[in-house]
Design a protein around this ligand. Structure first.
Ligand code: PNW
Length: 510
């Protein structure tokens, strides 16, 4: 079966060793970017905040998941993490000194509504924290981009009704939470993201169980149906909140809203085998089309999915179809989280009962034994900028929405050594090449790309892999909590200066 289960595992840490690569020319060209191109950094609440029960915060499913015995998160939890909850002013100052123009962060739902539900009390101290963060960002000319949900549903909602497994209950509670955020922060926040990576929430949380709440077949969960129910809940909750924003808040607040989808680009395992060529396209449809077609095109699920999944895929009622149609054009951008490219191979054997891929295997090596690119500190994440360029084209051709790269980055091989960590040439090359791919997509292919947010501002809690993999452009010493910019942080600051002064804005150029 597809290799995704190991994606977040610490055992996945590798030393780079690549004999034969398919990636081609991997030299950074420093190609130009538009003058009005935005750049900054991204984080998520649970991964950096700490303050797990400080000032009235309630528990989320991640507080529970990281304290399970035996541990499913490499023996680690994010009770303290980077202690951003207490060190926030210093972190804003740091972003300012690195000349970042945007900061994408997420709000911890249970910090502002500890029990999460529509009739539950609000925690004013939680509201004050985010309000203060937003003010401090704006005072330094850093644009706040806010994700409402980055995987940390309040534990009480999971206990009450299974959280995302109950579409109507979740949707009503999420609507109230979103309204609370818009009304407290929407005077100052002009870019909203409802959900981070619905695919990961559905598949990793409710099929292979590597992320909270950790549902999987071995634990007796119904993995044949749960992921599709969760996806359905996410799509409808997103649409409802887009509708609410557009009718109740946007007229006065004048911001924009959308969702962030992740996805690899897929190349055929064997380009001379038509089944593999088709598998690569099918894999993208099942990964991205699942959410993109419903949310951005206002359509039903892709026909390829309906055909293969049959009754496992929930139906939309006529009212729900109407809601999707009405809200589709309100989404103002395509938030793209992207890290790497994989090979897709059509499997001959009959699929597992809960197969979610149309029986397609994914991997990093093709039929000729070539690797897709040099491995980072995680085996699945390889340098493959050409796939990134192709993905931007695929998304643009299908959805015609301006793209914002809401996450991109990597952990470097050997980065656990502090001294080597600061000299992160592997990361600089990765970022340099991926920015070149954006330039090519814009100027050679005519794709609209508006911004780039590096994942991540600083090293943080990498979910099931704990504190092992370090994705930050700023190093964090987890003993002392001292932050030290790595060379890639300065590279980002300087490369955007060089690249953005060369040509005019995208609007003139295309
Ligand atoms: C994202 N994949 O997760 C998340 O949004 C972050 O919270 C996380 O720390 C970061 O990327 C690094 O892992 C991913 O399937 C989920 O390729 C899935 C994939 C990649 C990243």
């Amino acid at each position: 079966m597809a290799q995704e289960a190991s994606m977040f595992s610490a055992n996945d840490l590798v030393a780079a060793n690549h004999s034969s690569l398919a990636g081609g020319d991997l030299e950074v060209k420093e190609l130009p970017l538009p003058l009005d191109f935005d750049w900054g950094a991204a984080t998520a609440a649970y991964q950096i905040e700490g303050g797990a029960s400080q000032d009235g915060k309630g528990k989320s499913i991640w507080d529970t998941y990281t304290h399970l015995e035996p541990s499913r998160t490499n023996g680690q939890n994010a009770d303290v993490a980077c202690d951003h909850y207490n060190l926030m002013p210093q972190d804003v100052e740091l972003m300012s000194s690195l000349e970042m123009g945007v900061y994408r962060f997420s709000i911890s739902w249970s910090r502002i509504i500890p029990l999460g539900g529509r009739d539950d009390p609000v925690n004013e101290q939680g509201i004050a924290f985010y309000s203060n963060l937003i003010d401090q960002l704006l005072a330094r000319n850093i644009e706040p981009v806010v994700t409402l949900y980055h995987w940390d549903v309040p534990q009480a909602l999971y206990d009450r009704y299974g959280a995302l497994l109950n579409t109507d209950e979740f949707r009503a509670d999420f609507e109230r939470y979103a309204r609370l955020c818009f009304s407290h922060f929407g005077d100052r926040v002009k870019k909203w993201v409802t959900f981070n990576e619905p695919y990961i929430i559905a598949i990793f949380g409710h099929l292979n169980g590597t992320l909270a709440p950790g549902h999987c077949a071995e634990r007796g969960n119904n993995t044949k149906n749960e992921p599709w129910r969760v996806g359905h809940t996410l799509i409808l909750s997103h649409a409802s909140v887009v509708q609410i924003y557009a009718s109740e808040f946007r007229p006065t607040q004048k911001g924009s809203i959308s969702i962030v989808l992740n996805g690899h680009f897929y190349e055929p395992f064997d380009t001379s085998n038509p089944a593999d060529v088709e598998a690569a396209e099918t894999r993208m449809i099942f990964y991205i089309g699942w959410f993109g077609d419903t949310i951005f095109l206002g359509k039903d699920y892709p026909p390829e999915m309906r055909e293969y999944l049959g009754a496992r895929l929930p139906q939309f009622t006529e009212d729900e179809r109407e809601l999707l149609r009405r809200t589709a054009p309100i989404n103002a951008f395509y938030g793209m989280n992207h890290y790497s490219t994989k090979y897709a191979r059509a499997l001959p054997d009959p699929p597992a009962e809960d197969d979610w891929t149309r029986n397609i295997e994914e991997g990093s090596v093709n039929s000729k034994g070539e690797e897709i690119g040099p491995a980072s500190a995680m085996a699945w994440l390889r340098i493959a900028p050409e796939g990134f360029r192709k993905l931007m084209n695929w998304v643009w051709n299908r959805y015609r929405l301006p793209i914002i790269i809401t996450e991109n980055g990597c952990p470097c091989p050997g980065e656990d050594d502090v001294e080597r960590a600061k000299d992160d040439s592997f990361r600089q090359r990765y970022i340099g090449l991926y920015l070149d791919a954006i330039s090519r997509a814009i100027y050679e292919d005519g794709v609209k790309v508006q911004g780039y947010y590096v994942w991540s501002l600083m090293d943080n809690f990498e979910w099931s892999a704990g504190f092992g993999p370090r994705f930050g452009v700023v190093h964090v010493d987890y003993e002392t909590l001292v932050r030290t910019p790595k060379n890639s942080a300065y590279y980002l600051r300087d490369t955007f200066k060089r690249r953005r002064t060369v040509v005019g804005s995208q609007k003139q150029a295309t």
